[in-house]
Design a protein around this ligand. Structure first.
Ligand code: MN
Length: 307
């Protein structure tokens, strides 16, 4: 090797990262929050078992409404909550009540059924709400809630990552995983980082602050880059003031999921049954949630006909 490798040289070498796809998120309003939905996206339902990602965007208003998401059910998925600014209280039908702050992880596993509510503090809130589809082995099972205030960090040369789920480099999250996957918040200074990757995993890179370049593709805030399996590293280039992004990855799920409202299943019948149980106040399946917020009403599935 002759002479120092500059970031621009390294970037050129990395342009052979093949098959990266970049998709724009869809902006919407949910529970008083402005969000960008980056997953699912057109033609792409899952990345590993990750099946849903909303970025909670800063409010445009000077006096934003706090997040108020009343009691609602989930089946067949784990919710992963990660805040960048602000704080919120999670309450669920297991009796959990947990304040979450930036840098902390809330992981709620629904199994056959759980209900929860989320109430933001009256301060600007920014964060990421993600779901993981559960595999057949656990999706009919019990529900659970975990809070992790301290997560392991891994040095990436031009920055570091907090590991929320699975392993990255030599750091492993204490959080439960039901399938082979990784979730990490990566913070980088200007330069090129080669993020360690598992070659059987597919990955998503989701900018939270700043813009990143994945291989040869520029990825803006509110967008998503999809990286196919077969990599031992995911090269990410950052310019200027640095950047922060979520890295989600995992073994491709290999089976289609049916997602509707807050339910993840494998058939429309399963979703219809969950909808009915929630509308019928089936406390054996979902249980009551101690919350001052109003219980959410589930809309009928679009395939369901009233008779
Ligand atoms: Mn929820």
């Amino acid at each position: 090797m002759s002479g120092p490798i500059e970031p621009k040289d390294a970037a050129c070498q990395d342009e052979d990262l093949a098959g990266v796809e970049v998709r724009e998120g869809r902006q919407a309003s949910v529970g008083g929050m402005r969000i960008a939905r980056v997953l699912p996206t057109k033609g792409r339902r899952t990345v590993g078992a990750w099946c849903f990602t909303d970025l909670i965007l800063p409010s445009d208003g000077l006096d934003p409404d706090p997040m108020e998401v009343g009691p609602h059910p989930h089946i067949g998925l784990a919710t992963v909550t990660w805040l960048l600014d602000g704080e919120a209280v999670h309450s669920d039908s297991l009796g959990s009540e947990q304040v979450i702050r930036p840098g902390q992880l809330n992981l709620m596993t629904a199994g056959h059924g759980i209900a929860h509510a989320e109430l933001g503090a009256p301060a600007p809130l920014r964060g990421v709400q993600m779901w993981i589809a559960q595999p057949e082995e656990t999706r009919h099972g019990g529900s659970a809630f975990e809070h992790h205030a301290d997560l392991p960090r891994v040095d990436l040369g031009t920055g570091e990552a907090a590991v929320l789920a699975g392993s990255l480099g030599d750091a492993t999250s204490p959080a439960r995983t039901d399938t082979a996957l990784v979730g990490a918040e990566v913070t980088l200074r200007a330069g090129v980082a080669r993020i360690p990757a598992v070659d059987t995993f597919e990955y998503a890179v989701i900018p939270l602050d700043g813009t990143v370049k994945v291989g040869a593709d520029i990825v803006e805030h509110g967008w998503l880059a999809l990286v196919p399996p077969g990599q031992s590293r995911v090269p990410v280039e950052v310019a200027g003031d640095g950047a922060r992004f979520m890295l989600l990855g995992g073994e491709p799920l290999g089976e289609p999921v049916v997602m509707w409202w807050n339910f993840v299943g494998r058939s429309r019948d399963e979703i219809t049954q969950a909808w009915r149980a929630w509308q019928d106040h089936d406390d054996d399946r979902f249980g009551p949630v101690a919350s001052r917020l109003a219980r959410m009403d589930a809309p009928a599935p679009p395939w369901h006909r009233t008779r």
